[in-house]
Ligand binder design. Sequence first.
Ligand SMILES: C[S@@+](CC[C@H](N)C(=O)[O-])C[C@H]1O[C@@H](n2cnc3c(N)ncnc32)[C@H](O)[C@@H]1O
Length: 243
Amino acid sequence: MIVDDTIWDLLGSCSFNAHVHDDDIDPRFADNMIIAWPPILKLIQSTYPPNKNVRVLDYGCGTGGFCKKLHTVGYSVVGIDSSKGMIKTAKHHSASDISYFLGDYAVLPSLGKFQIIVTIMTLPFIDNLREVLRIFSNAILPGGLLIIVDFNKEWIKECLKIPVYFSDFNSIDDPTFGMMTHENCKTPVYIRDIHDYDQLMISNNIEKILHIHPPFTKEFIHKYPNYKPVHISEYLILGYKKH
Ligand SMILES: C[S@@+](CC[C@H](N)C(=O)[O-])C[C@H]1O[C@@H](n2cnc3c(N)ncnc32)[C@H](O)[C@@H]1O
């Protein structure tokens, strides 16, 4: 069993590779694409119509699937990820004017300001939520957006009943910390809820403008009939606007 950051290097070359044929996309990446991307894009495009003067950061960009989407729509895009393997794959498959950086939130202050920061299923793997949110809020221009996609705690509870994808949790009724498992790999995962975010955001001068749990779509369920549980949303999607 591998328990460290190399899990992301491994997943970048298989399950989380966004650049394979449609039929080969793993459900653990396809769920982000099919269920989480549409409401995020809707919020981004309705706040900032596509324009190359609008800088968007995808924090924890993985293999760059969403960076490519944002670039195609018409934004100026930066991706950061702490996995060498993910960044290598992202660069290999992306246009040269998408900027990718290997590192964590410590590199952010050196990259200037952004109109939008989006982070999709990356904060669950970061322990110091207070610090990362503080750095995000400093990096967003006034009027700018922070969009967060995290696990829905209720979905995690259902997973622990089956049990799938997770192990070693501190509680079944109120899980806040455990391990995410994939084949022979494990990585620590932190489960937050809306109150954890709201409390921390108050001190960052940021107002909540979106709070949704998008359901699994018919398209996803039809394409991935073995993916369980699907009766409850996997995601918590939050949108914040900086004053
Ligand atoms: C579940 S994947 C999500 C990737 C991508 N956002 C997507 O939706 O496909 C989590 C990503 O977070 C990255 N990651 C984990 N800890 C990180 C950190 N401290 N800073 C930046 N990226 C991190 C991993 O390398 C991985 O690419």
